[in-house]
Design a protein. Structure first.
Length: 466
């Protein structure tokens, strides 16, 4: 009978040299197998200076970035009212659920047009989550863009770009709440992000921050060598098994296998930031000591708290249930109100902590109503013509912007494909990144990370932050 074939280390099976740095782990394929879990982040932190490769920059003081993804195709062009190239209403909004071009307009965040008289539930939600003072210190830019419906292939992610530009946390580079390459239901584009820490509840975030905060300093040289040796000799099946574990379990399993038994001491000595330690911040999210660890607001509030304080890098947050074309406005209005409330709380969080913040809001496609003059026509189906939002809060006062819109809608009630970003989510992500760089007064970072994805003339068209 033939002997069972011995499984060899994954790095050897793929023809790579034995890895010792984060870059080696990446090239050998060990880290990608553990993508979207805790392993890549704490391994890179443990490796110290070796981890500070081109894909993992040194932390810098840059504006925090959060992306909110509304999964399913939200009616974003029926909340913010897209304008034409002259910044006038288009001929009709009959397929956008807003009737004719006499939509009542409420100006918010300076001069941006939103569906007034209570029509925009997203705006109503922001008002519920943020106070008037916070809104008065917030600027807005709408990006007219076509995107694919009901898919995770739209390249809206900007977390990779801001991470490579230097927005990394003291303990965790970037986070998401979905088990995908970006941590949300949107694809990576011109600058793929490092594998995110995927946090499904507060407990996983708490454990992850605890271990990552201490592992780099509490292990001695011998223990670090043991850990590197173990990781470099993982087989493919072992790597997959580790990748299936949650944060704290992953660390304990690997450290125990490496002969390191003081993991409980490591966790106990970690510096962990709990948003409930700040009463004013906790009140924004309606959380307290009795809030269950599975509570969504505790998770989102914790992600924002750690991102704003520099514990974590960029955060990608997915909200589900936005494929709501059921012939009514009821479901859509409820979801839009919820999304707006979450964005409002994020802005208010930044205000409470006195930190600047950029929030990008995207969706996969959009919806349409049957042609109607009614301003509350029900949603009938998917339609890829939509809008992405960018909010920019500054505690010092509303940031100056030269325009509230990038691109334009045409009289077909659609994003104009002639504009550079009109039909390309990846270029919208690049345009958002360009505005983030401009807000940081660091356009050199765009040249470094974005390269020539947008040329000089195109940048002049999409940069609206002064």
């Amino acid at each position: 009978m033939a002997k069972d074939k011995k499984e060899i280390p994954f790095w050897a099976a793929t023809g790579h040299k034995k890895p010792v740095t984060r870059r080696d782990f990446l090239s050998a394929g060990i880290i990608p197998f553990a993508a979207n879990v805790f392993v890549p982040n704490w391994v890179s932190l443990m490796l110290g200076n070796n981890a500070q490769a081109a894909d993992c920059p040194v932390p810098a003081s840059l504006i925090p970035m959060v992306t909110v993804s509304l999964s399913g195709g939200a009616a974003m062009a029926a909340n913010y009212v897209p304008q034409n190239a002259a910044r006038q209403p288009i001929a009709t909004y009959s397929k956008l659920g807003l009737g004719n071009n006499q939509v009542p307009i409420e100006r918010a965040f300076g001069n941006s047009p939103w569906a007034g008289n209570g029509i925009s539930k997203f705006l109503a939600g922001i008002k519920a989550g943020a106070n008037a003072t916070t809104m008065a210190k917030t600027a807005f830019i709408g990006f007219c863009v076509d995107s694919q419906n009901d898919t995770n292939q739209n390249k809206f992610d900007v977390s990779g770009a801001v991470t490579k530009a230097g927005l990394v946390g003291a303990n965790i580079p970037n986070m998401g709440n979905r088990n995908t390459r970006t941590g949300m239901n949107q694809a990576a584009g011109f600058a793929p992000p490092p594998a995110p820490l995927v946090v499904k509840n507060y407990s996983s975030l708490l454990t992850s921050i605890g271990y990552s905060a201490s592992i780099g300093t509490a292990l001695n040289a011998s223990q670090k060598n043991s850990l590197v040796k173990l990781m470099s000799n993982l087989t493919e099946s072992q790597t997959r098994k580790i990748a299936s574990l949650d944060g704290g379990s992953t660390v304990k399993t690997v450290l125990d296998c490496a002969g390191i038994k003081n993991v409980d001491v490591l966790a106990a000595g970690a510096s962990v930031v709990d948003p409930r330690s700040n009463t004013t911040f906790a009140n924004v999210w309606g959380i307290n000591a009795n809030t269950a660890n599975t509570n969504r607001e505790l998770l989102f509030g914790s992600m924002l708290y750690n991102t704003l304080l520099g514990q974590a890098g960029a955060a990608n947050i997915e909200l589900g249930g936005y494929d709501y074309h059921d012939g009514t406005r009821t479901s859509g209005d409820r979801r839009d109100l919820d999304a707006g409330t979450e964005v409002g709380r994020m802005l208010q969080s930044a205000a409470v902590l006195g930190k600047p913040l950029m929030i990008m809001v995207v969706s996969d496609g959009s919806v349409y109503s049957d042609a109607s003059e009614a301003r509350d026509a029900g949603w009938a189906g998917d339609r890829g013509h939509g809008v992405a939002y960018l909010f920019y809060f500054d505690p010092k006062g509303r940031p100056a912007v030269s325009d509230y819109q990038v691109g334009q809608f045409n009289d077909n009630q659609a994003s104009d494909p002639k504009f550079v970003t009109g039909s390309n989510p990846e270029l919208v992500a690049a345009a958002v990144f360009a505005n983030w760089c401009q807000a940081n007064k660091r356009m050199d970072l765009f040249d470094k990370v974005g390269g020539r994805i947008l040329d000089t003339s195109q940048l002049a068209q999409v940069i609206k932050v002064a």
